[in-house]
Design a protein around this ligand. Structure first.
Ligand code: MF3
Ligand code: CO
Ligand code: CO
Length: 253
């Protein structure tokens, strides 16, 4: 129980892990096009992380079988890379978590494949903005509910929904730590943010219902999820250092 703030030395290591995760997403940009498979994206991400001296935190995590998560269209999160070929009009989230020197850097973003619909574009920009507004709500001695409140307000105002049961988390010496960082909430409620600890902000934004269907991943206790109505879902994720004066985003592109 409880959160131990990071030392300056640990913050440096966390910053490096996060830089590698963000650089991996940048590196993938030129490859994620019509015709590539999610397995190929997965291998490219792993190769890049290795050249940077990092490992994928996902492989073997609760039995998870791949290096990254690749969530296409109606897949909400934890999509497992396979031989699926990306096609014109798809949207995909690639979620990368690097592990180096004992620290984890966790980030994800959407990629548009070929020409996507205006509706898909709007959903993607809403998810990006929802994350960024959530981050901007971080204040010293603030609460996770401050983040969720701003996220959910923006998303519902745009006519979309947020996933309630899955969300952000503490990250640092472990992949998933306290606190849970929901994509909805009330100002001043939830758990208190701790200066010099990292959290992720990673709202999942759905076109339609916030209900989802859960699927098993063979050999793993991790699940993946589809929207219950088959409509699109989008997500962006940053790892953020909470400071004594505000915050610092560690996974900027
Ligand atoms: N990176 C995901 C997150 O944002 C977690 C993936 S766990 C895995 O929290 F096992 F599916 F890789
Ligand atoms: Co995360
Ligand atoms: Co992630």
């Amino acid at each position: 129980m409880g959160i131990t703030p990071l030392s300056l030395e640990e913050i440096k290591k966390m910053t490096r892990a996060c830089r590698i995760a963000a650089d991996t997403l940048n590196y993938l940009e030129k490859y994620i096009k019509i015709g590539i498979t999610t397995n190929e994206i997965d291998e490219l991400a792993n190769d890049f992380m290795q050249t940077q001296g990092a490992k994928s935190a996902c492989l073997g995590y609760h039995g998870y079988p791949k290096y990254t998560c690749t969530s296409i269209n109606e897949v909400v999160c934890h999509g497992v890379p396979d031989d699926t070929v990306l096609k014109d009009g798809d949207i995909i989230n690639v979620d990368v978590t690097s592990w180096i020197d004992g620290f984890f850097g966790d980030t994800s973003r959407m990629y548009a494949i070929g020409n996507i619909s205006d509706d898909a574009k709007d959903l993607i920009e809403t998810a990006r903005q929802a994350r960024d507004l959530g981050i901007e709500a971080i204040v010293p001695r603030g609460f996770t509910g401050d983040i969720g409140f701003e996220t959910n307000k923006y998303v519902t105002r745009k006519g979309y929904t947020t996933i309630k049961e899955i969300g952000g988390h503490g990250v640092g010496r472990r992949f998933h730590e306290e606190p849970f960082v929901p994509a909805f909430g009330k100002k001043g409620k939830g758990e208190r943010l701790v200066p010099f600890h990292c959290i992720t902000v990673e709202p999942m934004v759905n076109q339609g219902t916030d209900q989802y269907v859960e699927f098993d991943i063979p050999g793993s206790s991790i699940k993946y999820y589809h929207t219950a109505d088959g409509l699109l879902s989008a997500q962006f994720e940053h790892t953020v250092l909470v400071t004594d004066t505000g915050y610092e985003i560690l996974t900027l592109p």
